[in-house]
Design a protein around this ligand. Structure first.
Ligand SMILES: Cc1cc2nc3c(=O)[nH]c(=O)nc-3n(C[C@H](O)[C@H](O)[C@H](O)COP(=O)(O)OP(=O)(O)OC[C@H]3O[C@@H](n4cnc5c(N)ncnc54)[C@H](O)[C@@H]3O)c2cc1C
Length: 470
């Protein structure tokens, strides 16, 4: 569930002896960390969680030395890239990566994993080994709050002081848009009809549900843009149609899209649905969700009402919780939260804080030409590297010049039929600054499915994993 907890100011920061926190993370101990570990009794919590308010001191997890320290919050594609590239750009920097999960699980290639084209090993990677190799410190801990005015990040174990902060928070689901404050409906939906757009146990729940699906109507909602990996819900629907074909499951897939046409790669996906899986996929445009009844398996949209035997329900996406906790969410003209980080579009720092940077899917509006960078692993990796460069230059007393990312997404539409080859589509994006000083996007869709693109797809994934994990 989303929450709108503001970041902690010094005045409002309180801690309670014995109070529980949202996190129960464990420390992946390094020798220095073990020495500095904070007793559980001194953990920081948010004011609304406090049963009894007792002001007490909290302790640093790891005292700050003379070296400039960068704390990166979130060990996904953006955070890992920032950590590695920071250490490469300036080995004198102390770089600490905070991540709540014990291991990395990839979103890219996970649609192929869902239908057993790749195995779990291909997606799951170890944090500790790579941290050792590049010389940054990995701490498994849930980030619970920030005091940006004091340059502190709080975790269940205590706080860390920093010179520069990188928020690599990914996304969170906005269940409130569907269910208001009905937490039970949100939890029921997440448990029974998970979208698995945030890699964790949900991925395994989704896979189990799909594998147990014996046939009937499978309904899939798409979030309104911007959302994580724009073409990937179509890839998921297409690969499910492929799996149902191969396994002879009598399933029908209905895609409920708030947009007026599938994009990117609309022609390529439509051709695959018509030519490879005739009659199996129905695409419904302009299907903005009005209400969802997960208990009775009903959904009302602007394009009609639908019932399902099984569903993959994607709520709207927003920047990850940590950006909200850091007070980094933008406001629209009416003063309401935009849902995304309020960054300088070139330098990627929060507009109200030159020392706090945001990378990856959480990044907000960057251009009146195209709005948001595509929320992809490729962009997150590039932004992590770019921000690492900015910080390294600033730490050396220089003024960085802006850099822009690129993006590409391979989408599999055919896992191999009747002994034939697997086939992919591809979309690429390039960015430049135009004469008006606006970031401009050029998008090229390769809608002709081919096996050559499958080879490139696996080459891309293997190369990206190698860059971050070996
Ligand atoms: C099905 C699917 C298919 C996709 N296909 C592609 C593709 O083909 N190509 C592509 O480029 N991209 C693809 N993506 C998108 C890609 O996964 C995301 O764009 C990418 O993960 C964004 O990186 P990030 O660093 O912003 O967020 P993430 O990778 O989500 O990282 C955020 C990290 O923050 C951690 N975190 C969150 N809160 C806390 C906290 N309080 N304390 C500590 N840690 C915390 C999370 O555990 C997570 O590890 C796909 C995604 C999905 C779901």
């Amino acid at each position: 569930m989303s929450d709108s907890t503001p970041h902690l100011s010094r005045r409002r920061f309180l801690a309670a002896a014995g109070a529980t926190t949202a996190a129960s993370a464990t420390l992946a101990a390094t020798p220095a960390l073990a020495q500095g570990a904070t007793p559980a009794a001194a953990q920081p919590v948010f004011p609304q969680q406090l049963p009894i308010l007792i002001t007490t001191s909290v302790q640093p997890i790891l005292p700050k030395g003379k070296a400039k320290r960068v704390v990166i919050c979130g060990g996904g594609w953006g955070g890992l890239s920032a950590a590695k590239h920071l250490r490469q750009a300036d080995p004198s920097l102390e770089v600490i990566l905070l991540e709540k999960n014990p291991s990395f699980f990839s979103g890219p290639m996970s649609n192929k994993w869902l239908v057993d084209i790749v195995d779990t090993q291909f997606l799951q990677h170890d944090y500790l080994q790579v941290a050792d190799k590049y010389g940054y410190r990995f701490i498994q801990a849930e980030v619970t709050g920030f005091e940006r005015d004091r340059k502190r990040v709080y975790t269940a174990q205590g706080y860390l002081e920093y010179d520069f902060l990188v928020l690599a928070a990914g996304i969170r689901y906005n269940f409130e848009a569907w269910f208001g404050d009905d937490v039970a409906a949100a939890n029921y939906t997440r448990t029974h009809f998970p979208s698995a757009y945030i890699p964790n146990n949900e991925m395994f729940r989704l896979k189990k549900g799909i594998q147990e699906f014996k046939g009937g109507d499978l309904v899939m909602t798409l979030p309104p843009p911007p959302h994580r990996c724009p073409p990937s819900p179509y890839e998921r629907a297409t690969l499910l149609a492929w799996m149902f074909t191969v396994k002879k499951v009598k399933g029908h897939i209905t895609i409920l899209d708030p947009k007026d046409s599938p994009r990117p790669l609309g022609p390529g996906f439509k051709e695959a649905w018509e030519e490879l899986y005739p009659g199996m996929v129905t695409y419904v445009p302009n299907a903005r969700v009005q209400s969802v009844d997960p208990y009775n398996k009903r959904i009302v949209t602007e394009a009609g009402d639908f019932k399902w035997d099984h569903a993959i329900l994607m709520t709207p996406h927003q920047a990850g919780d940590m950006v909200w906790k850091a007070g980094g969410i933008g406001k629209n003209a009416e003063g309401k939260p935009t849902g995304w980080a309020n960054v300088d579009q070139f330098m990627l720092n929060l507009k109200d804080d030159p020392d706090t940077y945001v990378v990856g899917d959480s990044v907000g509006f960057v251009s009146p030409h195209f709005g948001f960078y595509p929320k992809s692993a490729h962009v997150a990796h590039r932004l992590g590297r770019i921000v690492a460069g900015y910080i390294a230059q600033r730490a050396a007393g220089k003024t960085p010049k802006y850099a822009l990312p690129d993006n590409l997404c391979y989408m599999m539409v055919n896992g191999g039929l009747n002994g034939g080859p697997q086939e992919d589509l591809l979309v690429t994006f390039d960015y430049k600054v135009n004469e008006q000083g606006i970031i401009q996007q050029t998008q090229v869709d390769d809608n002709v499915r081919s096996h050559r693109l499958v080879k490139e797809d696996f080459g891309w994934a293997t190369g990206m994993y190698a860059d971050l994990f070996s």
